[in-house]
Design a protein around this ligand. Sequence first.
Ligand code: SF4
Length: 343
Amino acid sequence: MTDATAPLIGSGLSGLQKALPEAKALLARRLVAAGRTPTLVDFDKHGMRLAPDEKVVLQQWLDAGLVTRVAAETRAKDGTVKLLLELRDGKKVETVAMPVGACCVSTQVGCAVGCRFCASGLFGVERHLSTDEIVEQIVHARRVMRIDRIVFMGMGEPSHNLDNVMAAVARIRDEVLISAKKQTFSTVGGVKPLERMRQFAVKPCLAWSLHSANEQKRRELLPRAHKDPLPEIAAAADAYAREVGTPVQIEWTMLAGINDTDQDVDELCTLLQGVRGYVNFIVYNPVDGLPFAAPSRERIIAMVRAVKSRGILATIRDSSGPDAEAACGQLRLRDRQPAAPTS
Ligand code: SF4
């Protein structure tokens, strides 16, 4: 029997709430997350027969639908698919499905950090995404290709929406069946958010968007990131990585003439002494109207070699889908004007 005191059926993956026994509700959510419409046969197979009133509840939930819908789909030459998702309030976010099986998920509408080189921060932040709005991005991505890895590297700063994102990490594990070890939370950091993350039961891997190890330069590049001293953020990231058991990924968008000098490499390697992590260099992807460029191929290789020569593992990220503006730093709100320049 269903719970007579349960709230009305809501839309979205979590809309079943207490309307079905938890095991049945979870199975229904898993089936939707796998791209299927739950049928009675599915429940029979799992030894969970639906009572007549439960069938009604399930059908109402299916009719209510998800809280997001695909408004547009763009395919890049390399097979990357960028989905423009419309939310119930008409706002839009972008999600990227990559042929390597990874899904780049957005966590906010816009972003408050305003990194100078990123299209997502051009317009400021409008609002946080709900947990359903985060998880449903993967449901949509799974309908276009196989997805078995999640990176919270789309539009938004996940630590600004920490509770909803960490709830999504747990639900992605339980409903989408992608383990927390295959989920990466990418943040500009901050000691307090990193310490808070350690208190959640289900913890994703960590990526720290550093981009410069020089305090002054980083504040110019990431004007509204946490102002904690970089060695303190590095220590908090290291503590998190050791607790989770996977090294922290240090993200560094390579900008010609900005953060690609020998001194930049020296400051980076000095900061990372003793940190359990590796550097992931991201070659800058052009954004219309922004005055940045990627370093030359020779300079990129020289930087990677210089970091490795200091005993720190370094890799170069091969960004997906630049011709569809789906690559790192290229996701943006297309119906907005840029926010007024800050600092
Ligand atoms: S790089 Fe990340 S934190 Fe910076 S503006 Fe873009 S989305 Fe926000």
